[in-house]
Design a protein around this ligand. Structure first.
Ligand code: SAM
Ligand code: SF4
Length: 311
């Protein structure tokens, strides 16, 4: 299998190929996306995630519609063209109210991306009609058994049905997987990459698993950053025009910009105010104070310094 062979290649070789494919297909532009974590309330219990419903060691929050709209508009005024609205999977928000905010932000000029988990078709449709352009929903693992084990009560088929609905409704589709989940080996990683290719995603996010102390996977080691970098490079080779972010989890390890040399062309800047962000604890993170303006200025400065064109 071609992908399995690529996984055995040297990282520096893969980087060289991926960098050329990136240059030829998406050029030197780096897309900066603002990430707003609107709520950590979640009714699911994914075994790896600190926001899982059974974790009682965090204070749950949900931003108000007004807060979301004000922060979204402020980010646009500061130059962030895309706003990624992310949350735990919940039915806390009335969908028509959320649609109104999406509509107001879209009319303001923001490209709205949603990452709210597996929503019903009718809710996805309402949000699309309100102006949302993109939807991010990782399949997490392409192995049906591993999927069901990590997400009790849910199936990979259900996840893929939701991704199909998202595509059918005309959203640009983002998906991806985690590197380092239990019982996965290199063949499973090859299967994950093959599924990404099959889905022909517009965006592909590959995260590295980081254990959280309040989850059933607390005792597991982190996923391999080296393998994650290989996966990003191979994704660029398989999907040359795809938008590929440096996922925030990979950014926790060392020089996050390094991945721009290995196929990535997108970066997410977290703009969630600290009063909320401290409780959006998917996995343990380095603590940093959010300053929407200064963070963007620094990012733009850094990206220009490495010879890229931030937009
Ligand atoms: N609830 C939505 C969902 O699951 O699609 C969006 C929010 S969820 C926190 C976003 C992503 O966080 C998931 O797709 C998952 O890959 C990632 N994530 C969760 N726990 C993680 C962990 N321990 N290490 C790395 N990434 C993790
Ligand atoms: Fe909830 Fe998403 Fe975390 Fe799963 S990954 S527990 S759906 S926030």
């Amino acid at each position: 299998m071609k992908i399995r062979k690529l996984l055995d290649s040297d990282l520096s070789e893969l980087y060289k190929i991926a960098d050329k494919v990136r240059e030829d297909n998406v050029g030197d532009v780096i897309h900066i996306r603002a990430l707003l974590e609107i709520s950590n309330i979640c009714y699911r219990n994914c075994d790896y995630c600190g926001l899982r419903a059974e974790n009682e060691n965090l204070t749950r929050y949900a931003m108000t519609m007004q807060e979301i709209e004000i922060l979204g508009k402020k980010s646009f005024d500061l130059g962030y063209k895309t706003l990624v609205i992310q949350s735990g999977e919940n039915n806390f928000y009335h969908i028509d109210k959320l649609a109104e905010v999406v509509n107001n932000l879209s009319n303001y000029g923001t490209t709205v991306t949603l990452s709210l988990g597996e929503l019903d078709y009718k809710h996805l449709k309402t949000l699309k009609e309100a102006g949302a352009k993109r939807y991010l929903l990782k399949f997490e693992t392409a192995d049906k058994q591993i999927y069901s084990k990590l997400h009790k009560g849910y199936t990979l088929d259900g996840r893929l049905d939701c991704l199909r609905a998202i595509k059918e409704l005309g959203y640009e589709v983002g998906s991806g997987f985690l590197v380092g989940l239990p019982n996965e080996n290199l063949d499973s990683v090859a299967q994950n990459l093959a599924l990404l290719e099959k889905l022909q995603c517009d965006m592909a996010g590959i995260g590295v698993f980081i254990p959280h102390k309040d989850t059933p996977l607390r005792a597991l080691p982190c996923g391999s950053v080296q393998l994650t970098k290989k996966c990003v490079a191979i994704t660029r080779i398989l999907l040359p025009k795809c938008n590929i972010p440096i996922t925030t989890s990979v950014g926790e390890f060392g020089d996050k910009y390094e991945l721009f040399g290995g196929g990535a062309n997108v970066i997410m800047q977290n703009i969630t105010p600290n009063v909320f962000a401290d409780n959006y604890c998917i996995y343990p993170k380095k603590h940093s104070l959010t300053d929407m303006q200064k963070d963007r200025e620094k990012l733009v400065y850094d990206l220009i310094n490495i010879g890229r064109k931030p937009i």
